[in-house]
Structures are given as C-alpha cells and as structure tokens.
Design a protein around this ligand. Sequence first.
Ligand code: HEC
Length: 159
Amino acid sequence: MSSTETDDRGLFKMMGYVMLALTVFTITCMLMARILGSQGVDPTDTVMRNALIERIAPVGKIRTAAMVEASGGAAAEPVVVADLSGEELYNGGCAACHAAGVANAPKLGDTEAWASRNELGLEALVASVVNGKGSMPPRGGSTYSDEEIERAVKHLTGL
Ligand code: HEC
C-alpha cells in the first residue's frame, strides 16, 4: 500500500465525519425549529394575529382596469386590522415599565399612585405619554397613535 493511498483513506474518513456532523447539526436545527416554532402561539390572540397579518401583508398591490370595472369602480378595499383593546395595547407597549414599576413608573392597579395623577385629567395624562415624561420616552417608546395611547391610558389609570 502506497503512502498516498493511506492519505486518501484518511481524507475520506475525515469527510465522512464532517458529513455526519453536518447531518446531525441539520437535524438538530430542524428539531429546535419545530420545538421553538409555532407552539404556544394562540391563533385567536388579536395581538399575534395583527402582527402576523402585518408580516405577511403584500408590499404592493396591482389593480388593473378590469378589476376596477368588476368592482363597479369602487375604491380598493382597505386591509382590515382589528382594533386592539386598551388592555392589549397596555400589554404590548406599557406593561414593560408599568407592571413592575420600572424607574418608579406608577403601577397598574396602584390606586394610591394614580389618585393624584388622575386629577390632571385624561387629556393631560395622554399628553404626558405622547410627549414623554421623566424616564418615560415619548409614546412610552411605542408607535401607537394618539387614539391608541388614550385607550392604553384608560386601561392603566382606570379613568
Ligand atoms: C420605559 C418605561 C415606560 C414605558 C414603556 C411606559 N411608561 Fe408610562 N411612565 C413611566 C415613568 C417612569 C412614569 C413616571 C414619570 C414621571 O412622573 O416622572 C410614567 C408615567 C406615566 C403616566 C402618568 C403621566 C403623568 O402625567 O403623571 C401615564 C398616564 C403613563 N405613564 C402611561 C403610559 C402608557 C399608556 C404607556 C404605553 C403606551 C407607557 N406609559 C409606557 C415609564 C414608562
């Protein structure tokens, strides 16, 4: 047996190990993806559903003259995204601080902490959130509209 033949055998062996390692790695990834994947996501959860609708929404749409004619010239139908409730908005954008009182944020359900603040009135509180106050960034760091902020404030303050 020549020495090059032994080298080749070593090379094939090594490649075999690499292939085996890659196969094991691939299968592990597939299993992990399956385990970590869609499980635990409640399909009736409005927040998750809206996030999904947004993720898979088409980037653009084509509307041909034939389609306009077929619809009787009516305006394109907007994608309907369900409105989030105050509680859902609060959970999504405000609970991070207001559940545990991070940075002295007044907590949800702490009637004492809210009593004096609520005296400012709903409008002033909404303005505080929209503009930011103390350690709270503008809109609480969220992308909520003024109307959504108001809904979240109502849930948080009980006003
Ligand atoms: C990064 C943490 C953080 C997040 C996120 C956050 N807040 Fe705050 N919030 C605070 C802190 C801290 C205060 C107290 C500010 C102060 O009085 O100096 C506060 C105060 C408030 C007040 C009282 C304002 C006032 O004028 O007294 C309201 C109402 C409020 N937050 C609503 C919200 C809403 C609604 C959201 C979600 C859209 C939100 N916050 C998100 C930290 C946060």
